[in-house]
Design a protein around this ligand. Structure first.
Ligand SMILES: NC(=O)c1ccc[n+]([C@@H]2O[C@H](COP(=O)([O-])OP(=O)(O)OC[C@H]3O[C@@H](n4cnc5c(N)ncnc54)[C@H](O)[C@@H]3O)[C@@H](O)[C@H]2O)c1
Length: 415
């Protein structure tokens, strides 16, 4: 393949950053070494639609090390790191992604990876899976993997309607994924995105977090750690109480709109903050979204309300309202941590992507018996990933004595 000098320089930068991420992914590294020896994916074609980041690059390299033929496209138009895409192409992994691609190109790229007739599809948000169920209904697929909460919700809706046509592993639902990636990854990197775009001080800010699921928990906890006064908006009463007991104020979206000055959505839902809320937000409010799709903030309504718009910094757009108030939108309302920062740190993606690699191996091993259902990875694989991560972190795991195992298994003891 021929490159011009700009591509070579870009690819070189990508290679170095991929190497840096690899050093912080020891569990995936161990799996990669085993894959080289055992070749569990030999003879399989894998098409992946995921955020094109340094961590994803290491997952792709692990799949190739396991013997698979791999192609990649982006799972969000704004999350692609072009240097990583260039480096992957340089390595020989066809990568269809360019940061800022149009919706049309985004779907052309999904179709391009599917044109390679993959046996297995890795998805993040279920867009590729949806194309396979709407437009490419006859294309044979052995199995799939889904990375995020929103994708899993869509898959479960497909399974409930009885239209799911092959087994899919909900990797998001592994404990070693959502308890760490969604919480610690999204928590830190969403604030990182807002900081890079705005350089505000969080201390003393009134930060409204909509959704107190795994992602919202992470964002709220980290914002509080930086000295912010955190307000949570939740629609689930149990999670609302959990937020209150973490020391956050819990308000309706309406009341929070007046009380806050930084607003971050992480619900997986639509129009969480909309016209009536923008009408109340204080001058200078910053709004950002960490949920999968760019629908959590109703930016069409904000645009209709605005008298002018201008990009004031990279990834930060000012909307001026008729009364002079200004509202600042980070990364076009798309995933703030990937649009305005680099996504989750490699340290946490180590576990998510180890789950992904093991899921590919598991689905191939069990292809003949699996049904067209949404599966979670067996607990022993989840625990193995945690065990390896703890080892890498330098922790020690307590082993129960026979007496303790027997005690826990018995009901015949008491006071
Ligand atoms: N930015 C990232 O890198 C990243 C990483 C993981 C997940 N995600 C995405 O973030 C979103 C949230 O994921 P999660 O794992 O935290 O999901 P979750 O289901 O654990 O939490 C979502 C919470 O939002 C609440 N909610 C729903 N609608 C609401 C509304 N209108 N107002 C207030 N609360 C509302 C729900 O009750 C729930 O508690 C999903 O779209 C997921 O795909 C993003």
């Amino acid at each position: 393949m021929d490159y011009d000098i700009a591509d070579i320089a870009l690819a070189e930068k990508g290679h170095l950053r991929i190497e840096w991420a690899a050093r912080r992914m020891p569990v995936l590294e161990a799996i990669r070494e085993r894959f080289v020896a055992e070749q569990p994916l030999a003879g399989y074609r894998i098409a992946a639609c995921m955020h094109v980041t340094t961590e994803t690059a290491n997952l792709m390299l692990t799949l190739v090390a396991g013997g698979a033929e791999v192609v990649l496209c982006a799972s969000n138009p704004l999350s692609t790191q072009d240097d990583v895409a260039a480096a992957l192409v340089d390595t020989g992994i066809p990568t269809f992604a360019v940061r800022g691609e149009s919706a049309e190109t985004f779907y052309e790229h999904i179709n391009a990876i599917l044109d390679t007739n993959p046996h297995i599809v890795f998805d993040d948000g279920a867009d590729t899976t949806t194309v396979l169920h709407k437009e490419r209904k006859d294309q044979p697929i052995i199995g799939g993997m889904e990375e995020t909460t929103t994708g899993v919700i869509r898959l479960k809706a497909m399974a409930d309607e009885g239209v799911l046509r092959y087994p899919i592993v909900a990797v998001n639902d592994s404990a070693t994924k959502h308890l760490f990636d969604n919480r610690h990854g999204t928590g830190q990197s969403s604030l990182d995105g807002i900081l890079r775009a705005s350089n505000i001080l969080f201390a003393g800010r009134r930060v409204v977090v909509a959704g107190f699921g795994d992602c919202g928990w992470g964002i709220a906890t980290r914002a509080k750690g930086l000295g912010a006064d955190v307000i949570v908006v939740e629609s689930n009463p149990v999670r609302a109480v959990a937020a209150a007991m973490e020391g956050h104020r819990v308000l309706t979206a309406d009341d929070a709109a007046e009380a806050g000055d930084v607003f971050i959505t992480a619900t997986g839902n639509i129009h969480v903050f909309r016209g009536e809320h923008f009408a109340k937000m204080p001058d200078g409010s910053i709004v950002a979204n960490a949920g999968h799709f760019d629908v959590e903030l109703d930016l069409v309504a904000l645009d209709e309300m605005a008298v002018s718009r201008r990009v004031i910094r990279d990834n930060l757009e000012e909307y001026e309202l008729p009364d002079g108030r200004r509202i600042y939108v980070v990364a076009e309302g798309r995933l703030v941590n990937l649009g305005a920062a680099e996504g989750h740190p490699a340290d946490v993606m180590d576990m998510s992507f180890s789950d992904q690699a093991l899921a590919a191996e598991w689905i191939i091993k069990n292809a003949e018996t699996l049904e067209a259902k949404v599966y979670t990875l067996p607990d022993y694989l989840d625990e193995e990933v945690a065990r390896l991560k703890l080892e890498a972190l330098g922790g020690g795991l307590e082993i129960l004595s026979d007496e303790q195992v027997e005690y826990l298994a018995s009901w015949q003891h008491g006071t």
